[in-house]
Design a protein around this ligand. Sequence first.
Ligand code: HEC
Length: 701
Amino acid sequence: MPLNKSLLLLLSIPFIFGTPKKPSEWTEYLGGPDRNHFSSLSQINIQNVKQLHKAWEFHTNDSSGQMQCNPIIVHGVLYASTASIQIIALDAATGKQLWRYTDASESAWYSTNRGVTYWEKGNDKRIFFTAGNWLYALDATTGKKISTFGKEGRTDIRQGLGSLSSNKFVISSTPGTIFEDKIIMPLRLSEGADAALGFIQAFNVITGKLDWVFKTIPSPGEYGYKTWGKDNYLNKNVGAANNWSGMSIDRKRAMLFVPTGSAGFDFYGGLRKGQNLFANTLLALDARNGKRIWHYQLVHHDVWDRDLPAPPNLVTLNIRGKKVDAVAQITKQGYVYVFERETGKPVFPIDEIKVNTQGLPGETLWPTQPRPQKPLAFARNYLNENDISAIAPNREELQRIFRSIRKNPFDPPAKEGSLIFPGFDGGGEWGGASFDPETGYLYVNACEMPYILKMVDAPKQSQLNNMTDGEVVYTKNCVTCHQQNLLGNPKSGYPSLVDIGQRKDRKYISDIVSHGKGMMPGFTALTSTQKESVIDFVLKVEKKQKTSTHKNADAGETFNYNMTGYNKFLDSNGYPAINPPWGTLTAINLNTGNFVWRKTLGEFKELTAKGIPQTGTENYGGGVVTAGGLFFIGATKDEMFRAFNKLTGELLWQTDLPASAFATPSTYEVNGKQFVVIACGGTKLGTRKGDSYLAFALEDK
Ligand code: HEC
C-alpha cells in the first residue's frame, strides 16, 4: 500500500484501538493520554457542589503501605490497587467488589502503586499492573492471570536493561502507557551506587515480549554517549536516568513524551562527568519504535535529585491568536517548561543561568541551568534569614543553622550543608498538574518544605575493618536513611530501627529489605548471606565475630561521599522552619504564562485556632478540573477533600476524610450519575491510617 493511502486509512479510524475513550469515563491514568486530569462532566457544578455527599465507601482491609492510586473507570467498572498491591475491580456505581487479585505465592509487596492500565481489542480486555520486577496481565472481566502473557501471566520488566541491571532493584510505581499493542513502562530504581540502568521499554500486550528499548544512558557511538565522561558507560556505578513518574502520549502523532529522573548516585557526579543526557530530560520518542524525535534537558549534571516529577500535560494553547499544540512539564524547582509538541521549540524563551560550580573535590558541576522567562516559579525557590519562621520557638537557632549552609538555587552539595528548596519531592510533585482545555489554565499544587542536604566522607576501609559483616552491609546500604545509630529521622519519615525486633518479625524485615516499602528501595543485589547478616545486625542477634576480609559483606559499592539523609529543615515543634505558605495551589494561564490565582492549600487546625492565617501543608497527589467549573483536590495532611471554583480559586466545598488522601481523584458517570472518587489511606507523613476508596455524588432527586 502506498504511504499516503495507509496514512489516510489511519486518519480515518475514529479512535485507535487499545484504550477506549468516552468523556463519561476515566479510562486512563490521570484521565487520559494527555494526563490533563480533566473531565467534560458538569452534573456536579459550581451551583450544586455544596450538596455533594458520600455515595459509597469501599474498605480494602489493607492499610499496610501507602495508597497513591488514581483509579480508572471503564465500562462501569472501577479498577484500582490496595496498599500492598492487590488489584480490585468494583462496581463503579455502588462500590461493590467484583473481583480481587491476590498472588498468594508472592512475598508481600509494600511498594507504592499509582494505578493500573486498561487495554482492549474486541472481547480481549486486560488489566496491567506491576508488583516487584513483574508486569502482570489480568483478564479484566474475571481478575485471573492471562497465562499466555509472558511466563504464566507476567513478564520481567528488567528484560531490556542488560546484564549490568539483572540483579538490581527495578519496580514500577506508575502505570504503563498504551500505544496500539504496546505498553511502555516507567521504572523506579535505587538512586544509590547500585542503581540499575533506567531505559525506556515497550512490551507487547499480548505476549509480554520486549518490543523496543530507548537507552536513557546511550551506548558507545550513540548520540549523547559523550555527555557521561570518558568510558563511564561501562562503569557499573552509573545508572538510573529513569522515567518513574509516567508518560503522556499523542496517539495521532505516535509521539510519546517521557520525563526522566536524575542519574545515580544522586548527589555526587564525579564518576559521571558531563551533562548526562538523557537524565532530567523531557524526551519526545516515536511510540512505534522508541526512536528519539527531540529532547530538552531541564537540569544539567544533576546532583540535587531534581527528577522530572510528573508526566507532562499535552495541551493546546492560543499564543497571540495562534493555535499551538504544546507539551508542558512541571518541575520540582517550581517552573513549568512549555514546548511546541512537534519540534521541542520553547513556547516561552528559556535562559541558561550561571550557577555556583564549587562542588566537592572530584566533582565537576555544569556552569549553567535552564530557566524559563515565563511562567514565573509557582513555588518559592529562594529564602533569606527573614524567611525563618516567625512562630518557631527556636528561631535564633534556626537562623544560625541557616547562616551556616549554602542557600542559592543549585548551590552544589557540600559538607557544610546545602538548602534544597523547594524540597526533595518538589515544588511540583508526582501528583502532576491539571489542564483545562476550556480556559488554557494549568493547576498545580506544590509543597514548600525546605530540606538540608549534607555530605560526609564515606567510611574508610580501616573503619570497615573493625566492623562485623552485618554492620558493613548496614553501613554501605542503610545509614543514609536510618543513620549509623539506627535512630533514623522519624520527623522526616525515616523510621528508627532501634528495638525493631520487639515490634516486627524477621519475615517482615526480610520482605522489606528485599522489596522495599514506601520511600525505601529494595536491596535485590544483596546475597542471601549479606541479607541475613544485615537483618541479624538490626535485630542485634549478630554473632560478634567478623571475617576480616568481609568477603560476605562486600555489597553496595560506595563513593567517596555519602549524604546524611533526606532531612527536613523543621522547627522544634515539627513545623517547617520557614514562614508559610507550606503548601499552595496555583492556577496559571498557559496562553500568556501569567498566574490567574494562588491559594494556600491545607491547614493545621491547631495553628488556625491560635489566629495564625491558614499556612498550607505538605501535599501529595494532584487534582481534577471539570467542565462543571470545579477543581477537586485532596492531597493535604489535614485529611480534607476540597472543591474550588476553577476560575476564581474560591473554596466552595470541603469534607473530612477518614484518612489523608495522598492520591489524585477520578471523576466519571454511571447510569446518568456523576461520581468523584478518591483513595484515602496509607501511612505517609505520620497521618492516620486508612484503607478506603470513597465516592461522592449528588443526592438522587
Ligand atoms: C532511601 C532511604 C532508605 C534506605 C537506604 C533504607 N531504608 Fe529502611 N526504610 C526507609 C523508609 C522511608 C521506611 C518506612 C517505609 C514505610 O513504612 O512506608 C523504612 C522502613 C524500614 C524498616 C521497617 C521499620 C518499621 O518500623 O516498620 C526496616 C526494618 C528497614 N527499613 C530496614 C532497612 C535496612 C536493613 C536497610 C539497608 C539494607 C534500609 N532499611 C535502607 C528508608 C530507607
